[in-house]
Design a protein around this ligand. Structure first.
Ligand code: FAD
Length: 417
């Protein structure tokens, strides 16, 4: 059994800590905030740079807005033996508000005995091999903030990275963006609609946050517009919020405040909200290039978890996109815990590298950009089933089938209502 550091006490870090602890590992969780729950801890503060471009800004971790209700049925958002059906804060809806998930994660941490494993207020600033050439000695340097500043370095035999993927904004670039005189922010810094009262607002993007924020602002703003690359009738059919004016992407922004779209039309707006996603970001990780982020591809990672040349002592939980996050993190955490204890064995470094290369090749053959590397195929659950196969636990396969069916039924119901 190993002494392991888990970075982050969000949904992924909590379930990773539980699985490692259950497997007999000695676990320390570093959490820079003062609470468990990560993303789910609503924080009304807005960063000093609302676009999140300044690397020196004081980072607010969460991207949660006040009105957010979950976009997945609650039956799919819990753990295999700890479902999100009770232990919340009393919001019984199938798609509850964010407070319900935070309370659920608090209860999970308490009931699983995790709280005493967590060092709150400890920001990890460096993770590096303590001894050159060895995989099993990792220096974890941390700092505390507030009134009692302290710093230190502890050495661990393994590090599990669970720092979340929705904190470092990715913005839309177009000519004139930086000199456009209006207000610009990223959805990471959107909290409440009141500041947009009587304003003309343009939302860029067509994802869940874009649609949610457009709807949130609509009752307050003078007009809400939405621009995106995807404006085919099929896409608009599903994602166009009623009452929101639709446009293709911005071609240029003018210094007189005018925004010109790719179809030549133009409008004058007060605010642009970039709902354009996030970048993976591991500012503390020093691996001398053994793990890097290029065009949002974290790599090389065997099955999105282990960098072959540092496996199994460095691992990442929660990287894949388009999965049920709690389920994904639990399955990955179980795998990591069992590989670290030696109960499961990874292929050789060469075999893991060729698996990664095959995956990259498939992405290239499909003509997809690098940033699709961690996108799972929606609704197929092949990756999750592969993890269950590694773990050899049929009950988890049933859990996957059950949650997939529930989600399908509920989505059908929502669409037809
Ligand atoms: P996070 O929750 O981001 O936790 C990461 C933790 O790491 C944080 O506590 C952070 O403080 C800590 N940390 C980061 N850096 C450091 C450091 N250097 N040192 C120490 N600690 C550090 N999922 C759903 O299932 N359903 C939904 O409806 C849903 N809606 C969402 C809506 C929004 C707006 C967003 C942003 C996400 C949503 N998600 C949803 C996805 C959500 O991210 C996951 O459910 C889940 O919270 C991911 O947990 P995580 O632990 O991987 O990351």
């Amino acid at each position: 059994r190993v002494k392991a550091a888990v970075i982050g006490a969000g949904m992924s870090g909590l379930v990773a800590a539980r699985e490692l602890h259950r497997e007999g590992h000695q676990v320390v969780v570093f959490e820079r905030g003062n609470e468990v729950g990560g993303t789910w801890g609503y924080d009304p503060r807005v960063e000093s740079d609302p676009l999140g471009l300044d690397p020196g800004r004081e980072v607010v971790h969460t991207s949660m807005y006040r009105s957010l209700r979950v976009n997945l049925p609650r039956q799919t958002m819990g753990f295999s033996d700890y479902p999100l059906l009770e232990k919340g804060c009393g919001d019984p809806r199938t798609f509850p508000g964010h407070e319900e998930v935070l309370q659920f994660l608090r209860s999970f941490a308490e009931d699983s005995g995790l709280v005493e494993l967590i060092r709150f207020g400890h920001k990890v600033v460096r993770v590096e091999r303590a001894v050159e050439g060895r995989r099993d000695q990792w220096a974890v340097e941390w700092r505390t903030g507030g009134g009692e500043e302290a710093a230190g370095v502890d050495v661990f035999e393994a590090v599990v990275v669970c720092n979340g993927k929705y904190t470092q904004p990715k913005i839309a670039e177009f000519p004139g963006r930086s000199t456009w005189p209006g207000e610009q922010l990223h959805s990471h810094n959107y909290r409440v609609p009141e500041p947009y009262k009587d304003k003309i607002v343009l939302i860029i993007g067509r994802g869940v946050s874009a649609t949610d924020i457009a709807k949130d602002i609509l009752p307050f703003a003078r007009e809400v517009h939405q621009a995106s690359r995807e404006t085919t009738p099929q896409v608009l059919e599903i994602t166009k919020p009623a009452g929101v004016f639709q446009h293709p992407m911005i071609a240029r922004a003018q210094e007189d405040g005018e925004l010109v779209f790719q179809d030549g039309s133009s409008i004058h707006t007060d605010v642009i909200i970039h709902c354009t996603g996030y970048r993976f970001h591991f500012p503390f990780l020093k691996t001398k290039g053994l793990v890097s982020v290029v065009d949002n591809r974290v790599g090389p990672l065997y099955k999105h978890v282990f960098p072959p040349s540092l496996a199994p002592r460095l691992s990442f939980i929660g990287i894949p996109i388009l999965a049920f996050p709690a389920q994904l993190s639990e399955l990955q955490s179980k795998w990591v815990a069992k590989v670290l204890s030696g109960e499961l064995v990874l292929p050789s470094e060469e075999e893991m590298m060729s698996s990664v290369q095959e995956h990259y090749q498939r992405i290239e053959e499909l003509g997809w950009p690098k940033h699709y590397t961690h996108k799972l195929e929606i609704g197929k659950f092949e990756y999750q089933k592969w993890l269950v196969g590694q773990l050899g636990l049929p009950s988890l396969a049933e859990w996957i089938e059950k949650t997939a069916l529930i989600a399908l039924e509920l989505f059908k119901l929502v669409q037809s209502s």
